[in-house]
Ligand binder design. Structure first.
Ligand SMILES: Nc1nc2c(ncn2[C@@H]2O[C@H](COP(=O)(O)OP(=O)(O)OP(=O)(O)O)[C@@H](O)[C@H]2O)c(=O)[nH]1
Ligand SMILES: [Mg+2]
Length: 709
């Protein structure tokens, strides 16, 4: 069914793992008639968790697109995983959603996952509402949950509903917006509407007035009307609430029981009546800082927020239409690589079920198949439109591990499988480090990596083991040294001869010319791993022919790639070649390259070499209670505390920590904070390692070398 923009609602469900998102969506689908039988998570037959890996685990791991028709609206529903490790799925869903429903488990109240997700909701400025779910749970505590919501997310959280009874007997909800009580029979479903009991009237009235006031507050006309007459018409109330919700001035709070199928109908009604359509949201940002109008008559523009490959189907691309209409047969240009993609078909989806539709128009979310060269974050447009949608900024990786197949022969298969997952999951980065001689995976957390291993083994049939990742150290020098080296070899007929004299110095921008030398040529190279190599040719009197300079530089580069101390990349060194010797018959490129390596190695040792290590900016968010333990643990990791901040509920610790000390940090932080802390890390700089560690690294490298010889 193709739907007008004004009737589209894009809703994302968010919340701590286990709050009931997937179950709640199942009731939305059932109540709207999209499915005829309600599945449940225990049986692994929900619409949303359709992959075998989700069904086996009983948790959502991917963002899933579903949709329902409810009154005038088509509501696109995005389910997301609650585990922090899969935050990428939350971020891509928030990118395309226009309203967030944050689920809170009534038995647990606000949990870590609720808080972490809220940070993202705030970043995206998504209009939000809360649903306190699991009201039927014997330990459900609605008032406490609401108190926690208000204390954590502020007074904009306003009760629109509350349960008349809760716990195992839960069956009635008092709706303060409609001023009605909904009573469900044991099957749930469509409730009976009854008068609010006398005993609850005062509370319901007070809540109703608070809602009307909040609705009036954001519009001058409504405010005047409210002051004059003391009330608003139903239409005015809706208009006021839409504005307030869209501007994040209110966060309406509802209650429900997903597994008893109680409450989802009213919530879909509220989304139909009040939640903003995509056209009522601020215009979407483009890459060039301008914006795009959500208009079905504009040029066709779609943005891919997620891809997934499915067995037998191939690449499935999930997209939102930002402008115009998209239909089968359209030729659109991928602005990332200028390739033309023919849209083979446009589909709506409910988990794994897909239905062809004629077209999707501005604001709608759907699926297309078999795009040839398009990925997540790509914008596909009609010819007349040439600016891409501002891409999704995925969180930086927080954990790294080396991976190895049990047998070397499987390496190629393993890399291919990992590449495929990397393409679908932008929070995973695969690095094949020539220097470290390791294949390294960068991900979001141990669970993220464990699941990748599981997928690779199960789906691709390739085994994969984790290994401790090496650290990409760097080597440099701290003072000047001059050295010469003669390479001479006489074996039978032709010999080899080359002699090179060089000066090596720590390189920095704007340094003076090498004292006492005559510079003939300079060549400053940006090294692919960062830093520079400055290669100066200062040979006077032709003691070495210029034609050998590239062989000499090649020798130096070889040692720059594999440094003399630990075999790590070297950086920021100036080498000046100022003297040497040639032999009329025996000199050749090879001889000069070997002489150059010898001279560089010797000079390096005399130039007070220094190993540098990568340092990361780490930011930890934690509750007060975990602060002491986290700080104590940081002290054992050579961390430098850069600052501390409090936002009233949480402490934020900023620290600089060597990468070498962050091995398995995410698991450690989880265990010392009982899962209540969260962290991010970003590469900051390379700095010198302490001398005792330098010695240890040199010794370890020597041992490794000895073993391999
Ligand atoms: N009693 C009760 N149990 C519920 C309710 N909603 C969900 N559950 C149960 O809670 C568990 C988790 O539910 P899910 O729907 O998978 O939760 P989720 O939020 O999707 O979890 P993740 O996918 O891990 O983020 C399941 O065992 C559900 O049966 C509810 O309203 N009442
Ligand atoms: Mg789920």
């Amino acid at each position: 069914m193709s739907v007008d923009t004004k009737n589209i609602r894009n809703v994302v469900l968010l919340g701590h793992s286990g709050s009931g998102k997937t179950s709640f969506i199942e009731t939305m689908l059932f109540e709207s008639g999209a499915i005829s039988r309600m599945g449940n998570v225990q049986n692994g037959n929900t619409t949303s968790d359709f992959t075998s890996i989700e069904q086996e685990r009983g948790n959502s791991l991917f963002s899933t697109l579903m949709h329902v028709k409810w009154r005038n609206s088509k509501i696109n529903i995005l389910d997301t995983p609650g585990f922090d490790d899969f935050i990428g799925e939350v971020v891509c869903s928030l990118k395309v959603a226009d309203t967030a429903i944050v689920l809170v488990n009534a038995a647990h109240g606000v949990e870590v996952g609720t808080e972490i997700i809220w940070e993202y909701v705030e970043k995206f400025h998504t209009p939000s509402m809360f649903v306190i779910n699991q009201m039927d749970h014997e330990k459900a505590d609605f008032d406490l949950s609401f108190e926690q919501i208000q204390s954590r997310f502020g007074p904009k959280a306003i009760l629109f509903q509350y349960p008349y009874n809760s716990g195992t007997g839960f069956n009635s909800i008092i709706d303060a917006l409609r001023m009605t009580m909904y009573v469900f029979d044991t099957q749930g479903g469509k409730p009976k509407k009854v008068d609010i009991p006398e005993s609850e009237k005062a509370r319901a009235n007070a809540l109703h007035n608070a809602i009307v006031e909040a609705a009036a507050e954001n519009d001058e006309g409504l405010m005047d009307k409210y002051f004059e007459s003391g009330n608003l018409s139903e239409e005015e109330l809706s208009k006021g609430l839409t504005i307030a919700l869209a501007n994040q001035q209110i966060f309406p709070v509802f209650c429900a029981s997903a597994t008893k199928n109680m409450g989802s109908g009213r919530i879909m009604g509220f989304i139909n009546d009040i939640a903003p359509s995509p056209a009522e949201r601020p215009e979407a940002k483009l890459e060039n800082g301008k914006t795009i109008t959500c208009n079905a008559n504009g040029p066709a523009v779609l943005f891919i927020y997620k891809t997934m490959s499915e067995p037998q189907v191939g690449l499935v691309s999930y997209f939102k239409v930002y402008s115009g209409k998209v239909k089968a047969g359209d030729d659109l240009i991928n602005l990332k690589n200028n390739s033309t993609e023919r849209i083979s078909g446009v589909y709506e989806s409910n988990g794994k079920v897909r239905n062809t539709i004629d077209f999707l128009q501005a604001g709608d979310i759907g699926v297309t198949l078999k795009l040839k060269s398009s990925h997540t974050n790509n914008t596909l447009t009609a010819k007349s439109f040439t600016t891409a949608i501002d891409p999704i900024h995925f969180p930086e990786p927080r954990i790294r591990t080396a991976v190895v197949p049990p047998s070397k022969n499987d390496m190629e298969k393993l890399i291919k499988a990992l590449h495929q997952i990397e393409e679908e999951d932008p929070t995973l980065i695969l690095e094949q480090s020539a220097t470290l001689k390791q294949t390294i995976l960068h991900g979001q957390g141990q669970l993220h990596l464990d699941l990748i291993k599981y997928r690779i083994e199960k789906v691709n049939g390739v085994h994969m083991d984790f290994d401790k990742p090496k650290i990409p150290y760097r080597e440099t020098i701290t003072k000047v040294a001059n050295e010469s080296y003669r390479h001479k070899k006489q074996s039978g007929g032709a010999g080899q001869f080359g002699e090179v004299h060089m000066r090596i110095e720590p390189y920095y921008e704007g340094m003076p010319e090498p004292a006492g030398l005559t510079v003939k040529n300079t060549d400053i190279e940006n090294l692919e791993w960062g830093g520079k190599l400055a290669f100066y040719w200062c040979v006077v009197g032709g003691t070495i022919d210029l034609k050998y300079s590239s062989a000499i530089k090649k020798g130096i580069m070889q040692k720059m790639v594999e440094g003399p101390l630990t075999g790590s990349n070297c950086q920021d060194i100036r080498v000046s070649i100022y003297e040497g010797k040639m032999h009329a018959v025996d000199s050749n490129d090879m001889a000069f390259m070997l002489a150059s390596i010898g001279a560089f190695r010797a000079a390096f040792k005399n130039a007070s070499p220094q190993i540098l290590e990568p340092i990361y900016d780490v930011e930890i968010t934690c509750p007060d209670s975990a602060m002491g333990d986290i700080m104590g643990d940081l002290q054992t990791r050579r961390a430098i505390i850069m600052g501390m901040d409090s936002d009233g509920h949480h402490q934020k610790i900023k620290a600089r920590v060597p990468l070498a000390e962050l091995y398995q940090y995410s698991s450690k932080l989880r265990s010392i904070s009982q899962g209540r802390a969260n962290f991010s890390m970003k590469f900051a700089d390379y700095v010198a390692v302490p001398s005792d560690i330098q010695q240890k690294l040199i010794d370890a490298h020597k041992e490794e070398e000895d073993e391999s010889h």
